[in-house]
Design a binder for this molecule. Structure first.
Ligand code: MN
Length: 226
């Protein structure tokens, strides 16, 4: 586990993201999902292990439905303190856009040897988050991306009392840390509010322009009767 790639990609004089260092473990393993409106909206799923956050980019976000498998592309390890980051990454920087702490908490491995499970590509674990709870699995597939350098995994909910047909990304769009929507975070951080709002559910998205007034007289559709 190394933060070399994480540090190489970022200019810490420009981005407010933490430079971070490998942290000594103390007790509970942290878990976080950061909703990230960058060039594409995605959810960064992170599990603390060996002093860093193992990280996967999940384009569609997690699903509580055990029949749904969500693509999770493994990306570079992040510092543990990155899990507390919510804010705006300047446009033009790596990952430029808005980051929200969408869910957070701790995780427990369901296997005795996590490193072996990661090597094997089959990690079962329990999440203790505000939104995501219960048993999950990350399974590595044969596919890869980024020129074959990076592994594709699937994030899947196991059947338990926390499984649900509810679309948690739509039903629970707010920050687990601050209750803000992406647009609120962008506004506070001097980011692109319209771009951020595009990642919020339509009903919650702020209206940037005044609504068009409804026509005063609505022509009634004539109903033909035979
Ligand atoms: Mn990201």
């Amino acid at each position: 586990m190394s933060l070399k790639e994480y540090k190489k990609k970022r200019d810490f004089k420009v981005t407010p993201e933490p430079a971070g260092d490998e942290a000594a473990g103390h007790g509970d393993l942290s878990y976080v999902v950061q909703k990230h409106q960058a060039s594409h909206l995605h959810y960064d799923f992170r599990l603390e292990w060996n002093g860093v956050l193992l990280s996967w980019a999940v384009p569609k976000g997690p699903s509580l439905d055990p029949s749904v498998k969500r693509l999770a592309m493994q990306v570079e390890d992040h510092p543990v303190e990155y899990g507390g980051f919510e804010g705006t990454i300047p446009e033009g920087e790596y990952g430029g856009g808005t980051v929200m702490v969408w869910d957070r908490g701790t995780w427990t491995p369901e296997v005795t040897d996590v490193d072996a499970a990661l090597r094997k590509g089959d990690l079962k674990f329990t999440l203790h988050g505000a939104k995501l709870k219960g048993s999950w699995v990350l399974v590595r597939t044969r596919g890869s991306f980024g020129g074959g350098k990076r592994a594709s995994w699937l994030l899947i909910k196991h059947r338990d009392r926390f499984a649900s047909a509810e679309d948690v990304t739509v039903e629970k769009p707010r920050s687990a840390a601050t209750r803000r929507l992406l647009a609120d975070i962008a506004r506070a951080g001097g980011g692109n509010i319209a771009k951020a709002a595009a990642g919020d559910p339509p009903l919650n998205a702020p209206v940037s322009k005044p609504r068009k007034a409804a026509p005063a007289v609505v022509a009634r559709k004539r109903i033909r009767r035979k």
